[in-house]
Write a protein that binds this ligand. Sequence first.
Ligand SMILES: Nc1ncnc2c1ncn2[C@@H]1O[C@H](COP(=O)(O)OP(=O)(O)O)[C@@H](O)[C@H]1O
Ligand SMILES: [Mg+2]
Length: 304
Amino acid sequence: MFSSLQQLEERLRASGYIADSITTTTVFLSTRLHKTLLLEGPAGSGKTQLAYAVADAANTTVERLQCYEGINEEKAIGKFDESLQRLCVELRAKSGDVDWASVRTELHSQDFFNAGPLMRALLCEKPCVLLVDELDKVDQAFEAMLLELLSEWRLSIPKLGTVEARSIPFVVLTSNEERRIGDPLRRRSFYLRVEHPTAEREAEIVALRTPDSSPEFHAGLAGLAKALRGWSLEKAPSVSEILDLADALKILGHDQVTPELRDVLLPLMAKTEADRKKLLLRDGFASLIYDAQQYTREALRSAA
Ligand SMILES: Nc1ncnc2c1ncn2[C@@H]1O[C@H](COP(=O)(O)OP(=O)(O)O)[C@@H](O)[C@H]1O
Ligand SMILES: [Mg+2]
């Protein structure tokens, strides 16, 4: 997919994804060695986005299987389109002389099969990115089915038969760690922790979102993010929430977070009652801003 580490790095950045060198190297090695990439870490830290950025960088498509509790194989692999089959039978019946054996074969061909993301990934002529998103939401049986697919690259469907892969996709599994992913899947994957970014990297991410603002604005938000995450909140803000905050500040016409903005910005920064109370404590917000300023200065220094 990529000819060099440097090429991957440049293309990820061009796709709007700021990755650290461990991430870039792990992605590069996974594509080279045809390993599955398992991304684990808090929600909103950029796992899903990384899969899209890799696809964009490789100039290919994403087949995404969004997992949820109770997801079944039909959703993931696909199923026959019964109404289309019925329509076909009715039309044939009207046309008179029918060879029912061949109609039967036709009805169980790919033409009448609504392929789900797993099947579509196998049918791609050119390797795509197969994103199995939030795999921690499925049960063990589903995980076992996936494991079989990842080792054999073929799917056996009753009546349709066995479908062999036309190309081997680059597989990205993500997990928010609600349930532990089993060891067999871990064994065949490279494991990448996707944590909240460093202040310096977060400033770059904010800069991509609000390119017209100053470096001080970008670093200011990164510093605030770091301060908030050090505040032992029940729900620490993710990158995506910091980006919301950046957008909100722009809309309100401010270029930094000041103590006076506390009440207006609280709904964007504290997402549980306990966290709200914490930031509303006397001096709570002011000392948060103080911490944020320290981190901002550090981020600006290391960027210089
Ligand atoms: N490294 C990054 N570079 C650029 N944008 C990022 C990065 N990490 C997170 N984001 C932003 O945060 C948003 C949420 O990330 P997402 O991939 O949905 O998180 P996750 O899948 O881990 O819950 C993305 O849409 C993107 O705007
Ligand atoms: Mg996600």
